[in-house]
Design a protein around this ligand. Sequence first.
Ligand code: LMR
Length: 329
Amino acid sequence: FVGFELNNENNSLTYDYEQEDLSNQIVINFSHVVAENTPKGLAAQKFAKLTERKTNGKVKVAVFPNGVLYAEGEEVDALIRGEVQMIAPAYSNMSELIPEWLILDLPYIFKDYEHVEAVLNGEVGKALLEKLQKHNIKGVAFWSNGFKQMTSNRNPLRKPSDFLGQRFRIMPSKALEDQFRMLGVRTNAMPFNQVYPNLENRFLDGQENTISNIYSKGFYKVQKYMTISNHGYLGYAVMMNQEFWDSLPEDLQQKIQEAMDETTDWLFSESIAINQQQLELIKSSSDIQIYELTDEERQQWIDFFQPLYEEYGERYGEKWIQEIQKLEP
Ligand code: LMR
């Protein structure tokens, strides 16, 4: 047996880890930027366990959270160059590569969680992932985090005019930039790990993110107001280096895909629960003022952003907007 050595003196077997034959073990290095107690952080660990179990240890997934390997914005290049085998950035980070994905960032394009699941886990999601192929990227799945909320240090955000003159952090997505431009907000696209310090030092007035990111990175500690607006969705494109994927034997590809499908299904309900629990934790451990939009206010925001739909439909494909809206519950 590989790794075991017979000790002739006392006839016992000892296991020498140095000698363990790991030469055939395939390692998937998986880099991401969020904390471990988040939807993506937990899904990464679950996927790693399932993959190792299903492949009998032939494939190991080494997860690097919190941006320790690459900051947001460096990940995609690292994947394409093959320095890591797997990443799962927010799809908003990918729109320079795949402009059609901007449609997913239109405010209120998703009505509720069911709608998100139908789009991202269904045929539309599949067709959107296929667009990665021409960039030498294997799109494996869309993962979920949750709906984004607005936070600010300046004033409560109940109606569109409350945003005027503020400075917000955004992910690098033209749709997000346009959303805030309409609100009269100046934006800075900066990587996730720079958000907290820039909220703390007041360079930024506010930002949009999910409860789980607001909680796990402590944004709520340096913001006075939060509006539960559910105006946008934070989902992840789970991707592998195409050459690496193609180099895997078919049976392992199948097992990895099974592990991925199980993780993706699990994450859809788990992410909702995590965001709910962490909202309660924010409420009980801070004095941030939380405001929930009424139905009328929500409708006011929806109407306000309507012009973006015409503009983006013309530029990036009315077809995608229609395909998504067709799936509304
Ligand atoms: C962000 O930059 O706000 C998010 O994309 C971070 C993440 O990966 O959830």
